[in-house]
Design a protein around this ligand. Sequence first.
Ligand SMILES: [Zn+2]
Length: 67
Amino acid sequence: MVQKFVKYGSDVSAGTYICADCGYKYSNQSKKSIPPCPYLDKKPHSKHGWYIVSGQGDAAEDPYPGN
Ligand SMILES: [Zn+2]
């Protein structure tokens, strides 16, 4: 299946997203536009966007830090 990709700043709904570049997992609770990855300045990023992973259940991924 194809993962949906959204650029930074895109309008999104609440859900879980994974950085297309570094794999950081971001849980979006209420924001209407998705922010840049927090590691944008720390690691190389070329895609500048997120993959939408919400709706796929609780598949085991890397643990992510809480907000
Ligand atoms: Zn990232």
